[in-house]
Design a protein around this ligand. Sequence first.
Ligand code: ASP
Length: 320
Amino acid sequence: MKRRSFVHSLSLAGLFPSFSTQQFKTIQPQESIKNDPIALCTWNFTEANAFAGKALEEGKDALTASILAAQIEEENSENSTVGYGGAPDRNGQVTLDACVMDHRGNCGAVLAVENVVHVAALARDVMEKTPHVMLSGKGAEDFARKLNYPIQPLLTDTAKSNWEQWKKEAHYQPIINIENHDTIGVLCRDKEGNISGACSTSGLAYKMKGRIGDSPIIGSGLFIDNTVGGAVATGMGEEVVKTVGSFLIVELMRQGMTPQQACEEAIKRILEKQNAKPNFQVAYLALDKAGNIGACAIHDGFSYMQHREGKNQNIPVNAL
Ligand code: ASP
C-alpha cells in the first residue's frame, strides 16, 4: 500500500477512535472561549497544517488532526528531517522519534524506530494499546509489525548520497548548525475546545547511533495541559531537554504568562547558560486554552504555520 493511501485509510477506517468519556473526567472549556478550530505546526509545512486544519473543521478531534499533519511530513521524501527521506545517523541508518499527548494528559512515544514511516500514529498506539508510555528501537518496530504497519526502508537515494558526502567532509564530527532542524511539532484545538499535539522527527542529522533528542520526550518536545494549553519545540534537542522546554512553557502559562511571554522565557533559560549567542537553533511554539499563540527562537529563520477560520498561513518568528 502506498504511504499516502495508508494515511488516508487509517483516518477513514476509524483507526483513530475517540476516547470513551466515561472513563475520564472531561475538562469543559470555559464559556468565554470561542472554540474555533486551530491547527499550528512548526516550520513551513503548509500541506500538513492545512490537512490538520481541514480535519478539525470537519469535526475531527485534536489528537487525530495532529497526527494527520505529522503523517503528511512523515511520508514526504523531500523532508530530510522527518520520516521517510530523513537524514540517517552516522552509521547510515534512519531512526525516527515521535510522541503524542492528548487533552486528558495521556501520552505515548516511540524512540529510535527503524523501518516504520508513521511513528506519530505508532506513538498513539503505544498510548492506547499498551500499558506503557514509551517503546524504543526493535521493541517499537516489533509492535508496529504486530499492528500491520507497512515495514520499509527509510533511507532514500538522496539521503544516502548526502550522508556519503557528509562522511567525506565532516570526518564524523558532530553537526551543530542553525538550520539543520525541521521537526514537525503540531498543536491542535478542536471544536470541543480540547488541545492535543504530536511531534515527529528523524532527529539530528548524522547523530551518534542511539542518540535521542527532545522530540519523543514528553515535557521537552511536546507538552499539553488541556486546562492551560500546549507547547512544542524544534531545534537542538539537548538544550530543550536540559530545560524541559515544553513543560516549562505550559507551566509559565499556568502562572499567568501569555504564550508569547512563556516562549520567550523558555528561550532565555537556554541563553542564560551560554556565554555568547550560541550557534545552535531552538524554537518554541505555544497555544493557550483561549486560542492565543506565541513563538520564539534563538535565531531568525524559524516560522510556523497557522490554520484558523479557513486560512492557512506561514508566520515568520523574530529571534529573541
Ligand atoms: N529537535 C530535534 C532533535 O533534537 C531536531 C529537530 O528539531 O529537527 O532531535
